[in-house]
Design a protein around this ligand. Structure first.
Ligand SMILES: O=c1[nH]c(=O)c2nn[nH]c2[nH]1
Length: 295
C-alpha cells in the first residue's frame, strides 16, 4: 500500500471575540467555527507510527485562540490567511494549511430605535464562509461564500418553453413561487503573501456586501425566466463589481411549492391564477449550479 492523500487537523473550533470600545462603551462581537487541516512531510505518522512529525490537533486549536487574541479576526479572509501562514512559516515540514472559517450572524439589536451597545440577535442561519489554502512557494488562495441565505418570492418567476417530449409531465407556468437557499462563492486572485492580503483587507467586506446585495436585489427584481438565467445575472453583476475576483459560482436548490387542487371539494378553485394555498416540498428539489468567469 501507499499513502495517496494525507491532511489532518482540528475541525469545529468554536471562537468568539469581543471588541470593547472604552470611549463609546460600544461592544462588538464575532463568532466563528473554524477548521484547520495541514499537509506536509507527515507520511511517516501514518505509515510508521512516527508521531514526531505531528503538530497535534490540540496544538492547532490552541494556536488558533492565541492568534485570535493577537490579531484581528475580521475580515475572515484576513484571519484565515494569518492562521494558514502561521503554520507554513512556523513548521518547516508543513507545506500547506487549509483554513475554513464559518462566521455566524450576531446582528446588533435596535432598542427604542437606537443600536444597542452590547446586545445582538441571530437573524437567520445564514453564514459567511471563507475557504483558504496557504501553500508554501505558491501563496494564499481564497474563496469567499454566502451560505444558507433562504429567500422566497411569491410571484415574478416563470418557467416555460422548456424541452417537451413523452417523458415531460411538468406544465408550463408564467407565474410561480420561487424559493432557494443561496450558496454563492467568489474566488479571489491568488495572493502571493499575507502582506498582499493585508493590503486589500477592506475589499473583503466590500465584496461580501456587494455579493449579498446583488443576490437579494436581483432575486427580487428579476422577472425570472429560470433559476439558471437569474443566477447568471447575479454572477455577471458581482464580477463587474469586484475587480479582484476571478470567478463567481452559485449552487441553488429549487425549493418547490406545489399547487393543491381542491376542486373535488364543492368545486373549490385553488389552481392556476386562483391558487393561494400551496404545499411546500422538502424534497425532491431542483439543484441548479454555475460558475461564471471573465471573458
Ligand atoms: O428554474 C427552473 N429550472 C429548471 O431547470 C427546472 N426544471 N424544472 N423546473 C425548473 N425550474
Amino acid at each position: 500500500s501507499q499513502l495517496k492523500y494525507a491532511r489532518y487537523g482540528k475541525d469545529n473550533i468554536r471562537l468568539y471575540k469581543v471588541d470593547k470600545d472604552e470611549k463609546t462603551g460600544i461592544q462588538s462581537v464575532v463568532e466563528m467555527t473554524i477548521c484547520i487541516l495541514l499537509e506536509g512531510d507527515i507520511e511517516t505518522s501514518y505509515t510508521q507510527a512516527d508521531n514526531s512529525v505531528v503538530v497535534a490537533t490540540d496544538t492547532q486549536k490552541q494556536t488558533c485562540y492565541i492568534l485570535a487574541k493577537q490579531h484581528p479576526v475580521t475580515p475572515p479572509e484576513l484571519f484565515a490567511s494569518i492562521v494558514g501562514t502561521h503554520f507554513i512559516e512556523t513548521y518547516p515540514h508543513i507545506h500547506a494549511a487549509h483554513v475554513k472559517i464559518i462566521q455566524h450572524r450576531w446582528t446588533r439589536m435596535s432598542v427604542d430605535g437606537k443600536p444597542h451597545p452590547h446586545s445582538f440577535y441571530r437573524d437567520g442561519e445564514e453564514v459567511r464562509v471563507v475557504e483558504s489554502v496557504a501553500r508554501e512557494g505558491e501563496g494564499i488562495s481564497l474563496r469567499s461564500k454566502i451560505e444558507k441565505l433562504l429567500v422566497l418570492k411569491s410571484t415574478g418567476s416563470a418557467f416555460y418553453g422548456f424541452h417537451r417530449d413523452e417523458y415531460t409531465q411538468l406544465p408550463e407556468t408564467w407565474d410561480r413561487i420561487l424559493s432557494t437557499e443561496v450558496e454563492a462563492g467568489w474566488k479571489w486572485k491568488l495572493f502571493k503573501s499575507l502582506n498582499e492580503v493585508k493590503a486589500v483587507a477592506p475589499k473583503f467586506d466590500e465584496a461580501w456586501h456587494a455579493a449579498r446585495e446583488i443576490t437579494l436585489q436581483t432575486f427580487a427584481t428579476d422577472n425570472s425566466a429560470s433559476v439558471q438565467n437569474t443566477m447568471y445575472k447575479m454572477c455577471d453583476q458581482i464580477l463587474a463589481s469586484v475587480r479582484l475576483i476571478d470567478a463567481v459560482d452559485y449552487s441553488l436548490p429549487n425549493k418547490h411549492y406545489f399547487e393543491i387542487d381542491l376542486s373535488w371539494h364543492k368545486g373549490l378553485k385553488n389552481t392556476g391564477k386562483d391558487a393561494t394555498v400551496y404545499a411546500p416540498q422538502s424534497n425532491p428539489n431542483g439543484l441548479i449550479q454555475c460558475t461564471v468567469t471573465r471573458k
